[in-house]
Design a protein around this ligand. Sequence first.
Ligand code: Q9C
Ligand code: ZN
Length: 342
Amino acid sequence: MITFHSEATKLRRALTELNEGLLVAPFECPERVDLVLGRVREVGLSEVRSPTRYGLEPVLAVHDACYVEFLASCWEEWKAIGMAGEAIPNIWPSRSMPGRRIPEHIEGRLGYYAQTGETSICANTFEAADISKDIALSALVHTLKTGEPSFGLCRPPGHHASSDQFGGYCFFNNAAIAADQALKHGRSRVAVLDVDFHHGNGTQEIFYARDDVIFVSLHGDPLHCFPYYLGHANETGSGRGEGFNHNYPMPPGTDYAKWSTALDDGLARIRESGAELLIVSLGVDTFERDPISSFKLASEDYLDMGRRLAGFGLPTVFLLEGGYAVEEIGINVVNVLSGFDE
Ligand code: Q9C
Ligand code: ZN
């Protein structure tokens, strides 16, 4: 195992998250990185390396150019017109006004490019997202070159980011960017397995009509859980992508006995697809004491998860997604990775 990390991921330090009708300190905070890195070092999991910079080309291969431009300038534009706080969207092109024209005012553009209202844009958001995707790509390249597993300590996370929208704490879809680059490095089919508590709606959207990336997501049932509007079992792909999207929605309270059954089924789908590389969107917000989620996985379950993934036998890249402000996020992430390495 090798870990890729950069202190620059911590440059994004939002002050606000709209939660339960209040502006609170964000769950997706820079301290998460220290908790995970601390545990990587404590157990001597692996060498820790700095990422290589890859620029925006791999980003533009999966994200809309105007969206990327928006992210690059949003904070400056927001400040320039004298907005008092962080950039928080409050109006969207919704069902009754689909809004095909992109507004000029930053408030309108912010809503146009936003899925959700909890994720504030602040100073260095773009810079942190940019280095986060470099971490993902560095992990990918290491695994492609050596066959060894790698862990990208990505922050901000990525799996909610769609081709042209941010949300759910995500800006660039690190796993999607890595999967797409793996194809450009000559792999003919790649799997993204998303074990975060929340449905990976962004990754699903990006690859929905494609058969070169198979997407499998295990998550809280969208009837009850964020992101609510995507992630049902009958979303199986479109066109040539039909059969290359598999969702395993599970009810609040799901424990590892049930969860791991879905994992085995999802892995069987990946096996059938003939994928040559496994990218794991590794969220540990399935943990029983996660502050914003409702599954019941225990710390030792993550060791078993890692063992099962190792048993699957594909070259594997782990990319950090969610998992929130509890001491155990370090333990749980590193349990998956150590279980894999056994
Ligand atoms: N009351 C990831 O795990 N909703 N994103 C929070 C809290 C947003 C999660 C609601 C959850 C986003 C990467
Ligand atoms: Zn999550």
